[in-house]
Ligand binder design. Structure first.
Ligand code: NAP
Length: 242
């Protein structure tokens, strides 16, 4: 019997990288999984990659109407046990180069998108549900060019502290997974010199795999973490720990 047998999960940014690996694992563990992303073709490919117990819904997390549409579709299936608000974006800009567009591109997806992905799920969430956000070691480590990105991830780390208190009477747990460098398309888009610095600071001497983050998400989604709430679980090869 799978660890998520009979559960329903929503994974935003489920068409690629960490979200896709997690959707595959959740489905393999018995959950029905809704995955989202903006690009239709990538989403369709991801649905094929997950195989069974999956439905793709095109939705931009920065667009409240898209999120309403997502949860209208989810509602036809029933209630939700796991929300993995994972869609995120990353780009570098030094303090000198930050402009309003950079700020909004990052905060709209990583903070506003996460907040409303969870808020709009609330009416469908079962008591005892698990909310998981994808943070980053950038929230606790200073790296040149990542001030806005790091601040966005620090913001959502705070949100789970507040939600832990707000939702405790419903037994809903909220946690953050903070990956270090994981080999996914978003990481491959980072500038080579920035990556060299990041890689040299990983105690385990390698980047992580999306599947390793998915295992942490499964822990937080399942009964294995029944007494775990409000935490930040680092999956970072030790990068932010030394
Ligand atoms: P990825 O492979 O590029 O996947 C990002 C996913 O998010 C895609 O499915 C993408 O689909 C979706 N997405 C992006 N913007 C969206 C939007 N506005 N609305 C809906 N979906 C959106 O990257 P990843 O590495 O798996 O990243 C997942 C999360 O991990 C992010 O929150 C990222 O900040 C975090 N993270 C990653 C690393 C790393 O090293 N990889 C480290 C720390 C934290 P579309 O583009 O089609 O919308």
């Amino acid at each position: 019997m799978g660890k998520l047998e009979g559960k329903t999960a929503v994974v935003t940014g489920g068409s690629s990288g960490i979200g896709l690996a997690t959707a595959k694992l959740f489905a393999a563990e018995g959950a029905f999984v809704f995955i989202t992303g903006r690009r239709e073709e990538e989403l369709a490919q991801a649905v094929r990659a997950v195989g069974v117990n999956v439905q793709g819904v095109r939705a931009d997390v920065t667009n409240p109407a898209d999120l309403d549409h997502l949860y209208e579709i989810v509602r036809t299936k029933g209630r939700i046990d796991v929300v993995f608000a994972n869609a995120g974006t990353s780009e570098m800009a030094s303090l000198e180069d930050v402009d309003e567009e950079h700020f909004h591109r990052i905060f709209d997806v990583n903070v506003k998108g996460v907040l409303f992905s969870v808020q709009k799920a609330l009416p469908l969430l079962n008591d005892g549900a698990s909310i998981i956000l994808t943070g980053s070691i950038a929230a606790v480590k200073g790296a040149p060019g990542y001030s806005v990105y790091g601040a966005s991830k620090a913001a959502i780390r705070h949100m789970v502290r507040a939600w832990t208190m707000e939702l405790k009477d419903r037994g809903i747990r909220s946690n953050v997974i903070s990956p270090g460098p994981i080999d996914t398309p978003v990481m491959r888009r980072q500038p080579r010199d920035a990556m060299a610095g990041i890689l040299s600071a990983i105690p385990m001497g390698r980047t992580g795999r999306a599947e390793e983050v998915a295992e942490a998400a499964l822990f937080l989604a399942s009964e294995d973490s029944s007494f775990v709430t409000g935490i930040e679980l680092f999956v970072d090869g030790g990068s932010a720990q030394v």
